[in-house]
Design a protein around this ligand. Structure first.
Ligand SMILES: Cc1cc2nc3c(=O)[nH]c(=O)nc-3n(C[C@H](O)[C@H](O)[C@H](O)COP(=O)(O)OP(=O)(O)OC[C@H]3O[C@@H](n4cnc5c(N)ncnc54)[C@H](O)[C@@H]3O)c2cc1C
Length: 403
């Protein structure tokens, strides 16, 4: 009979959220088995072929990545800072400008390619001796009981632990297999992500247009010499996305130029267009005895405010705090009363963000004249209200919660 190797935790999924949780839980002296079907290798193309998938990283997330000894090792020339957000309504005169200086912050956030962040997390994981990697691997069978988790892996390894963490992304098999119900619906939007070159400096500003052409963001990337680059996230109905994806480069660039209200001329595409269907999902519970959901396995939201991974990192922060405290007290890590502390710490905040994104998306999808007029008037008032802007920025930076 194969003897099982024992851990405190099994984490399934080494995406950005699972990998960060492995590092921080291992920092708290817990023994971690990290499983992924992926091989853990991230090929980076040299700039300007920046990866098409980037994330806006909030101040709170940056602090967590520093704590994990990841941020300090980010390669030179692969992180951009943004200190302004400019958003406008393409169907009216509504305009909002958020500025870091006006709220006494050094920056509003950072833009980083997902592959760069994942690569640095993997490098840190390799430096730690209490994380065992089971990559190109997966669960073949497993049992979760009151005493813990026993798992047989596709590789033939047998492992056990006190608790299993599902960080296996939006279509989490662990969530489905374990009967976690979700509230979910299609946003009726597909995101197109790509890296493009523009004719003028991006001014360290995240530019965002809401209009007939959908929701479009130009997110700053590091300049290469005198050349300027942004990552785009363009959210449009699925049929429009298919059409835009199939357009020749030159026509696509022209459409972008009009969709961003001619603010920039688009010189070319340096990283191919990717399309990602968008769906809102929220698990009704994040925990059951012996198992907890984190990151996209627990919730997915519209990317219009760039908050999905930041919420996942918020889950990590709460989970690490709960489990490391329970470990110090000698409590069973998989006990439902322990895991519920994590759920209590996160669910309300995550739900509030999801509701906010839904309301925002609905408000900015409509072209009904009355709503267009109302939202433009609202934007103008909002832009003048410094106190409200400060509050929203603090929330987006992860420096305050809704609750
Ligand atoms: C267009 C777009 C733009 C976005 N922009 C931002 C942004 O600016 N800022 C932000 O904060 N968020 C952003 N997000 C959200 C963010 O990308 C996600 O929230 C984040 O990547 C989720 O990370 P995760 O680790 O939870 O899941 P994933 O990244 O999906 O990782 C899941 C991991 O689990 C593994 N896995 C899955 N199933 C199994 C299995 N059965 N066995 C073993 N391994 C398995 C996968 O291989 C993968 O490595 C954006 C999302 C989109 C779509």
């Amino acid at each position: 009979m194969t003897v099982a190797k024992s851990y405190d935790l099994i984490i399934v999924g080494a995406g950005m959220v699972g990998a960060l949780s492995a590092i921080l839980l291992a920092n708290a002296s817990l023994r971690v088995a990290l499983i992924d079907k992926h091989d853990g290798e991230y090929e980076l193309s040299p700039p300007p072929a920046y990866d098409a998938r980037v994330s806006a990283i909030s101040s709170q997330s940056k602090r967590l990545l520093e704590e994990a000894n990841v941020w300090q090792n980010m390669p030179q020339g692969r992180v951009a800072t943004y200190d302004n957000i400019v958003a406008w309504d393409g169907l009216g005169a509504g305009y909002i400008d958020f500025n870091a200086g006006s709220v006494s912050m050094a920056e509003l956030g950072n833009l980083v390619e997902n592959a760069v962040l994942s690569q640095q997390m993997m490098a840190q994981i390799q430096r730690m001796n209490n994380i065992d990697l089971y990559f190109n691997n997966g669960l073949s069978s497993y049992q979760i009981s009151d005493t813990g988790v026993q798992a047989d892996l596709l590789s033939g390894d047998r492992i056990d632990a006190q608790v299993i963490i599902a960080a296996d992304g939006a279509v989490s098999a662990l969530r489905t297999d374990n009967g976690f119900e979700t509230v979910e619906w299609d946003y009726g939007h597909t995101a197109i992500a790509a890296t493009i070159e523009i004719d003028q400096p991006h001014e360290n500003t995240a530019w965002q247009s809401f209009g007939e052409e959908g929701v479009l963001a130009f997110l700053p990337l590091p300049d290469v010499g005198e050349r300027h680059f942004v990552s785009i996230v363009w959210c449009v109905p699925p049929d429009d996305a298919d059409h835009l994806k199939a357009l020749p480069d030159e026509d696509f660039c022209r459409r972008l130029h009009y969709a961003i209200n001619k603010r920039f001329t688009v010189v070319g595409i340096t990283r191919a267009r990717q399309t990602i269907p968008l769906r809102q999902r929220h698990a009704k519970q994040y925990v059951k005895s012996g198992i907890a959901l984190i990151g996209d396995a627990a919730h997915t939201i519209h990317p219009l405010a760039g908050q999905g991974a930041n919420l996942g990192f918020g889950d990590v922060m709460a989970l690490v705090e709960v489990l490391s405290k329970a470990h110090r007290r000698g409590e069973a890590l998989g006990a439902i009363k322990v895991l519920r502390r994590y759920q209590r710490a996160r669910m309300l905040d995550n739900m509030a963000m999801a509701a906010g994104m839904e309301a925002f998306k609905r408000l900015f999808s409509t072209q009904q004249p009355l709503w267009v007029q109302l939202r433009n008037t609202g934007m103008k008032h909002f832009d003048k209200n410094q106190a409200l802007k400060k509050k929203l920025i603090a929330r987006a930076a992860g420096l305050s919660s809704f609750s």
